[in-house]
Ligand binder design. Structure first.
Ligand SMILES: NC(=O)c1ccc[n+]([C@@H]2O[C@H](COP(=O)([O-])OP(=O)(O)OC[C@H]3O[C@@H](n4cnc5c(N)ncnc54)[C@H](OP(=O)(O)O)[C@@H]3O)[C@@H](O)[C@H]2O)c1
Length: 301
């Protein structure tokens, strides 16, 4: 199957831009919601792929109706947790904005809606968890044919420099003792599942938990990086007690949500992919493959 008209919201982000690329490669007609403030290089990348650009904002319901007009499916990956403008918050974007988008899709008779939520094991109370679960419920009640993707931690983010796993400097921040296993997943695989979910009728009205090929503790992940890079890592732990303290004393919804994610990380998240892979044949990237790619010497140097 090919050639569906798909609106991607979050298209300038890490996951959304990968989804756009994969959709275009499979012959779908992709429209992306962008903002005047979105990174020009990311907008240009979408344009050069042949993606149609529409301007809008999740906080502006009219713009969403226009963006949904004539589309057959919406894929939403947007979140204010990392990419924020004034007025953006977990409440205004992740909760109310995504709810606006579902309502706009319904009004414009878009048949399919694929929502990027997060793992069912992310259970620590937080505004982000409330937003994700609230949107899931709203979507299920909407009457749209939905797919809810529930990925666990992206390896490129949580085993990456932005969150203290600085492999270039052979140093790693670990949340908690680092002994409980997590099914680190590549955002590129999550993008493949989003495209599969769009194309496969069996993905309709489904909730799909997504992880990588093998659960590994953060300390095991460090060892893999040490082997691949040939360098010993300096490991710093943020003790669970300190995370608990950050969680209860968090001054705003964003910090509360990050503290909750770190506590959930410390608790582990082992996702079995056997059933899902039987239906959706995606080749899952391992932490080892990821570590090999990012620690490989730069051929230009
Ligand atoms: N990182 C993980 O480990 C992880 C795990 C599980 C689930 N997830 C989920 O995966 C999804 C994708 O993550 P990501 O890493 O791709 O995020 P990202 O790179 O931060 O991208 C976020 C996107 O949301 C857009 N956005 C933010 N506020 C908006 C608004 N008011 N109106 C319209 N668009 C808005 C941004 O647009 P601009 O460029 O214009 O700001 C950007 O395109 C998120 O929903 C996240 O919760 C992530």
């Amino acid at each position: 199957m090919g050639g569906m008209k798909v609106l991607v919201v979050g298209a300038t982000g890490l996951l959304g831009s990968e989804i756009c690329e994969k959709l275009v490669a499979k012959g779908h007609k992709v429209r992306a919601l962008v903002r005047p403030t979105s990174d020009p290089a990311r907008i240009e990348r979408l344009r050069s792929m042949g993606v149609e650009l529409v301007t809008g904002d999740l906080k502006d319901p009219r713009s969403l109706e226009k963006a949904c007009h004539g589309e057959e499916a919406v894929i939403s990956t947007a979140s204010s947790t990392l990419s924020r403008q004034p007025g953006d918050s977990i409440e205004s974007v992740d909760r109310d904005g995504t709810t606006n988008l579902i309502d706009a899709a319904k009004k414009e008779r878009v048949g399919r809606f694929i929502f990027t939520s997060f793992s069912g094991k992310f259970e620590e109370p937080s505004p982000l968890r409330d937003a994700k679960r609230g949107v899931e419920e709203h979507l299920k009640r909407s009457g749209l044919e939905d797919t809810i993707l529930r990925p666990t931690y992206f390896m490129e983010v949580w085993l990456g420099p932005a969150l203290g796993f600085d492999y270039a400097k052979s140093s790693a921040v670990i949340y908690g003792a680092g002994e409980r296993k997590l099914s680190w997943v590549s955002f590129r695989n999550v993008a493949e599942f989003a495209v599969e979910a769009l194309e496969k009728p069996s993905a309709r009205n489904r909730l799909i938990e997504l992880g990588g090929p093998q659960p590994l503790s953060p300390l095991e992940a460090v060892r893999i990086f040490e082997r691949q890079s040939g360098k010993k890592f300096e490991v710093k732990h943020v003790p669970e007690e300190a995370l608990r303290q950050q969680h209860s004393a968090a001054p705003d919804p964003l910090q509360k949500s990050f503290a909750a994610l770190m506590l959930d990380y410390a608790g582990g998240d082992n996702v079995s992919m056997t059933e899902v892979l039987r239906e959706f044949p995606v080749k899952l990237t391992s932490v080892e493959e990821y570590a090999r790619a990012v620690t490989a010497p730069d051929p230009k140097k």
